[in-house]
Ligand binder design. Structure first.
Ligand code: XLS
Ligand code: NI
Ligand code: NI
Length: 437
C-alpha cells in the first residue's frame, strides 16, 4: 500500500526551469557547494509529530487533516501504519534523518509498563525501517507536555511524583534513541515554566529542572549514550513564561548549574521570533559560546503572535541561517529539522510533499547564496574593517593590557573628538540582495 502514490520512487531534481511541483529546482543531494555535498551541509530531518501526527486542530476547531495511516481502530496498528507512511515519505523525499517524541511513534498505554512495551515494539519496527532505508535518527525526545499529568510541568512540577514519572519517561526515550543510533537527544521544556507567579516558586523550579538534566546526563554516561544533548529555547506557549526562554537565558541557566559541558542548543526560528529576536541573533549567541548544535527549521507568521511553525520559504531567512552554519564550519551532530506543520487548510497528504520540497529548495538555494556571499568576501571585509582599530596598538593595549580611566581621559584630552564611521547598513543590504536577486 502506498500513502504517497503521486511520487513513484523519489522526488527528482529537475533544475530551475522545472514547472513540476513534485520536483526539486535547487536541492540536488550530491551537488557540491564549497567542498561538501548539499546533503552533507543541510542534513535535513523530517519531524514525526507535525508531519505524521499533526491533526490541524487549533483553539477554535477540530482537526482537518486527511491521514489514511490513522484510520485503523487499534492504536498499535495505527502506530505501524504511521511508521510505514513516515518511512515511505522520507524515502521518497530523499532526506537522511528523522526526529521523534516517544509518544509520537508509540501510543501511551494504560500504565507506564504498557507504554514502555508499546515504545519498545515500535523502536524495533523503526530499527528495521532505518536499516532498509538508510535513514538515521537525528534526535529523539520525550513528550513531557501533552498528558494531563504534566499540566503543571514535568521536571518543574510541584509534585515530585510527576518529576519521577517524567524522569522514567526520559530514561526510556533516551534508551530508545540509543537503540536507534540517534545522534542526539533534545529537551524542549514545553511546560517547564509558569502560568502565574501567584502559585510559583521559580527558584525551586529552576533548580528542579537543572537536577533533572543532570540526572539524564548521568544516565547517558551509565548506558554509554554518546549522542549530543540539546536544550531547545522557547519563551512561552503553552506556558506564560518558559525558563529556557532564549539562547541567552539558556546559556545563563547552563552556566549557573554547571551543565555547559553537556548540552548544546537546538534553535528554532519561530521560537526566536516569539522571544522578540531574529533567528540570526539566537544563532550568534549560541555560536559565539560554541554551543550551536542543531536547528528546528521553520518560520512564524509576522502577523500572528503564536508558534505557527510554518515551512521556511523565505530565501532571505534561509540565506542568513546558512551563513551562520557555514561560518561555524557546518553541523557536526545536528541538522535542519523541519519542525514545521502544513496549514490547517492544507489537509491532503500531498500537501506534506509540497511543503517539504519547498523548504528543502529554499535551504538549498540559501546555502548556495550564503556560500557565494562568504566566498565573495566583501561582507566579511567590511565587518573586519569596522573593528580594525581594535587591532592597532592603542586598541590592543586597552583589551589585552590595561588602561585606567586616568589614561583614557588623558588620551581624549590629547586626541580630541573621534572621527565617526558610517555603519553602511543600506550598502550591506544591497550587497546581500546582489546575490539573491
Ligand atoms: C515546540 C517545540 C517542539 C520540540 C520538540 O514548540 O518546537 O516541537 O522541538 O519537543
Ligand atoms: Ni522544535
Ligand atoms: Ni516550536
Amino acid at each position: 500500500m502506498s500513502y504517497f502514490p503521486e511520487v513513484a520512487e523519489r522526488v527528482p531534481f529537475e533544475g530551475k526551469a522545472s514547472k513540476n511541483p513534485l520536483a526539486f529546482r535547487h536541492y540536488a543531494a550530491a551537488k557540491v557547494v564549497g567542498g561538501k555535498s548539499m546533503a552533507e551541509h543541510l542534513r535535513f530531518a523530517v519531524c514525526y509529530w507535525h508531519t505524521f501526527k499533526g491533526t490541524g486542530a487549533d483553539p477554535f476547531g477540530v482537526g482537518t487533516m486527511i491521514r489514511p495511516w490513522e484510520s485503523a481502530e487499534d492504536p498499535m496498528r495505527r502506530a505501524r501504519d504511521t511508521m510505514d507512511a513516515a518511512f515511505e515519505f522520507m524515502g521518497k523525499l530523499g532526506v537522511d534523518y528523522w526526529c521523534f517524541h516517544d509518544r509520537d511513534i508509540a501510543p501511551e498505554g494504560t500504565d507506564f509498563a504498557t507504554s514502555t512495551a508499546n515504545l519498545q515494539t515500535m523502536v524495533e519496527y523503526a530499527a528495521e525501517k532505518q536499516a532498509s532505508t538508510g535513514i538515521q535518527l537525528l534526535w529523539g525526545t520525550a513528550n513531557l507536555f501533552s498528558h494531563p499529568r504534566y499540566q503543571s510541568g514535568a521536571a518543574t512540577n510541584p509534585d515530585p511524583q510527576v518529576f519521577a514519572y517524567a524522569a522514567a519517561q526520559v530514561k526510556r526515550a533516551l534508551e530508545a534513541t540509543q537503540e536507534l543510533g540517534g545522534l542526539g537527544y533534545t529537551f524542549w521544556g514545553g511546560r517547564e515554566g509558569y502560568d502565574t507567579m501567584l502559585n510559583t516558586d521559580m527558584k525551586r523550579e529552576r533548580e528542579q529542572l537543572a537536577k533533572f538534566l543532570f540526572i539524564a546526563v548521568e544516565h547517558a554516561k551509565k548506558i554509554g549514550f554518546k549522542g549530543q544533548f540539546y536544550i531547545e529555547p522557547k519563551p512561552k506557549e503553552p506556558t506564560t513564561h518558559q525558563y529556557d526562554s532564549s539562547a541567552e537565558s539558556c546559556l545563563n541557566f547552563l552556566r549557573e548549574f554547571h551543565l555547559m559541558d553537556y548540552l548544546k542548543l537546538n534553535l528554532e526560528t519561530n521560537h526566536a521570533t516569539l522571544a522578540g529576536h531574529h533567528m540570526v541573533h539566537e544563532m550568534r549567541v549560541a555560536g559565539d559560546a560554541g554551543v550551536l548544535g542543531s536547528v528546528d527549521a521553520n518560520t512564524g507568521d509576522e502577523l500572528i503572535g503564536w508558534d505557527t511553525d510554518q515551512f521556511p520559504t523565505n530565501l532571505y531567512l534561509t540565506t542568513q541561517i546558512m551563513m551562520e552554519i557555514l561560518k561555524m564550519g557546518g553541523f557536526t551532530t545536528g541538522g535542519l529539522n523541519f519542525d514545521a506543520k502544513v496549514r490547517r487548510q492544507s489537509h491532503e497528504p500531498i500537501d506534506l510533499m509540497y511543503a517539504h520540497i519547498g523548504g528543502m529548495d529554499a535551504f538549498a538555494r540559501g546555502l548556495e547564496i550564503a556560500w557565494a556571499i562568504l566566498a565573495d568576501g566583501r561582507l566579511g571585509d567590511h565587518v573586519r574593517e569596522r573593528y580594525a582599530d581594535w587591532e592597532t596598538e592603542f586598541g590592543r593595549k586597552i583589551l589585552e593590557g590595561y588602561k585606567s580611566l586616568d589614561d583614557l581621559e588623558d588620551h581624549v584630552l590629547r586626541h580630541g573628538e573621534p572621527t565617526r564611521k558610517s555603519g553602511r547598513q543600506e550598502f550591506l543590504e544591497n550587497l546581500i540582495n546582489e546575490f539573491i536577486l
